[in-house]
Design a binder for this molecule. Structure first.
Ligand code: 6R9
Length: 567
């Protein structure tokens, strides 16, 4: 049977019970992601197998076995419990990619609490908005990030504990702060794992929309069923693999496939917690003998720019499988990889909301460079009309992606925002909000997003959030934020502003405003360019005509603006 045949075969005979069976789960049983990612692997005789190879700044390295992951997560779980934290409490993980982040995630799962991972690069405002929505009870963080928490602490009465994992005793702890040293704490051999069920909440990831504040995507422990099987069938993870997912767990890829996917299979994974550079990435892969690599197009484009030199300097012969996610993967990147690494990058498409890979290329399947591939077996997808949401049967016709609801890792709601959640379903389909078409062979081709969200380097940035933050700057009267094209990040944030009387349109002011956003929101949300206008283009009802500004940046036809003006 050819490998292509095996994809079709899998589609035909698919049932999620395949995954349930392999995981030994039956409907009604307890299911706990933390237990599956550590205790169960130890029970399978892999206690001494390496679970994590970690490398940080200054060449610092750490290595953990599955048994150590089990013990550390037990210990963190007990520590959190002793603080009075319990099931369904929201616990924010606000750390760099240090081992404590990964181990805390597992510990939080074990006590049935909800993990709320946030990028450590987030500024105080980004943090506050998300913690306010979740009414987070505790935050686990590092010394270097605690000042951001202190700045907003008084506005978060629900936040009871600020846990610092690398406290050095140099300065006194402040209000609500407590130190936790994982290495030094005596390990707990046995922890009573909270009896979470399929529908018990597990992870709360925040994602940005065009309007309103970021939305908290609620996932449940049953998501494991889908993350397990997609890790096996798309990432092709096998027992002796050395796997590297480059994503930060502040992003859904970093949890679904940077923690859960590999560990629930018992696969060793590597984490590199230093800034990006092509040479350090290749060196890291050589050093640990990475076999399976899950990364993103922005990184791939940067590697392409660096050329073949750094590749030739390192031995990447162990590498056997490479998958990409987060943004459109240009066909050139697929072809480049084939030429210099001897294999293509396989594209995969999904969302924070879907919890697992929806569309992708599979090992053995013919790759059409530029296409996202086909739906995962068990996922029924289609293209629907943008107005009526009726299924378009004709191939090659552009519409919105539609997915039949009901797969295990589907989000269960947006936190405290059921109305927006419901609005994502139309005519019986879940609508991710992306435009695409399907060709005659059933391959999906991405066309674009159906909203104004900016996808910069694979990270979604809400123009609304940046516009609101800009207005908090003393000099800014009005603001409009759109994307502009960029070689490496595909798109970057661009802001148009009008200034208040008395402020001058200088380069210095531009830098000041940029910095203000970087600190308040994050480096990713920071506009790469600020253009001063005397007046923003607006509709008659006073809405900013973002579409017009966007078209100008992309050199597109502005089109019929009369409709916009009547908006
Ligand atoms: C996992 C993740 C989701 C949005 C999604 C789409 C874009 C993701 C893509 C892709 C083109 C791909 N996206 N994968 N676009 N090709 N292979 O990325 O989650 O941060 O929620 O972003 O990213 O627009 O709707 P998230």
């Amino acid at each position: 049977m050819s490998k292509i045949g095996s994809y079709d075969e899998r589609v035909k005979n698919f049932n999620w019970s395949i995954s349930e069976k392999e995981l030994g789960y039956k409907e009604g049983d307890n299911i706990n992601i933390g237990w599956y990612c550590s205790d169960r692997i130890c029970d399978q005789g892999k206690a001494d197998k390496i679970a994590l190879n970690w490398e940080g700044l200054g060449g610092k390295i750490k290595q953990y076995t599955f048994n150590y992951v089990r013990l550390c997560s037990n210990t963190i779980g007990q520590f959190l419990r002793d603080l009075g934290l319990k099931d369904e409490d929201r616990i924010c993980l606000f750390m760099d990619k240090i081992p404590e982040l990964y181990l805390s995630f597992v510990g939080v799962m074990k006590i049935g609490a909800i993990a709320q991972p946030l990028f450590s690069a987030f500024g105080d405002e980004s943090l506050l908005v998300r913690m306010d929505n979740a009414e987070t009870t505790a935050i686990i963080t590092q010394r270097k990030h605690v000042k951001k928490v202190r700045k907003i602490r008084d506005r978060m009465p629900y936040l009871k504990h600020i846990i610092i994992v690398d406290y050095d005793g140099k300065h006194p702890l402040q209000e609500r702060e407590i130190a936790f040293d994982m290495e030094a704490t005596e390990k707990i051999e046995k922890l009573d794992i909270f009896p979470t069920k399929a529908e018990s909440p597990s992870v709360l990831h925040y994602t940005s929309g065009t309007t309103g504040q970021p939305k908290g995507v609620k996932h449940v422990h049953y998501s494991l069923i889908a993350q397990y099987l997609t890790s096996k069938w798309v990432l092709d993870l096998k027992d002796d693999d050395v796997y590297w997912c480059t994503a930060d767990p502040g992003w859904v890829t970093g949890t679904s496939y940077g923690i859960i996917g590999s560990w629930c299979i018992g696969v060793r994974q590597c984490v590199l917690d230093v800034g990006f550079s092509p040479l350090s990435w290749y060196k890291f892969m050589e050093k640990y003998g990475v076999t399976v690599w899950y990364t993103a197009p922005t990184a791939i484009r940067s590697l392409m720019k660096a050329g073949e030199g750094p590749i030739r300097e390192n031995d990447l012969s162990k590498l056997r499988h490479m998958v990409s996610v987060g943004e459109p993967l240009n066909p050139e990147a697929v072809v480049w990889a084939l030429k210099v690494l001897g294999m293509p990058f396989l594209d995969s498409y999904w969302q924070t909301e879907t919890g697992c890979i929806m569309i992708s290329n599979y090992p053995g399947m013919e790759v059409k460079p530029g296409s996202m591939g086909k739906t995962f077996p068990g996922i029924e997808g289609c293209i629907v009309d943008t107005e009526t949401f009726e299924k378009i049967e004709e191939s090659g016709k552009i519409g919105l992606i539609g997915i039949k609801p009901g797969w295990p890792s589907m989000m269960r709601t947006y936190w405290k925002n059921e109305e927006t959640y419901q609005s994502k379903f139309q005519n019986g389909w879940y609508i991710p909000g992306d435009r695409a078409y399907i060709d005659e062979d059933g391959y999906y081709w991405f066309v674009g997003r159906d909203d104004d969200v900016i996808n910069t380097g694979g990270h979604l940035v809400s123009p609304f959030e940046v516009e609101s933050a800009l207005l908090e700057h003393e000099a800014v009267a009005e603001s409009a934020v759109v994307s502009k094209p960029d070689d490496v990040n595909m798109e970057v944030v661009k802001a148009f502003v009008t200034l208040k009387p008395g402020f001058e349109q200088t380069d210095e002011m531009e830098l000041k405003i940029m910095n203000f956003i970087r600190k308040k929101l994050s480096p990713l949300a920071m506009p790469q360019e600020i253009e001063y206008l005397d007046k923003l283009p607006k509709t008659r009802s006073g809405k900013i005509m973002r579409r017009l500004l966007h078209a100008k940046e992309w050199g597109e036809e502005i089109g019929d603006t009369s409709g916009l003006e009547d908006d």
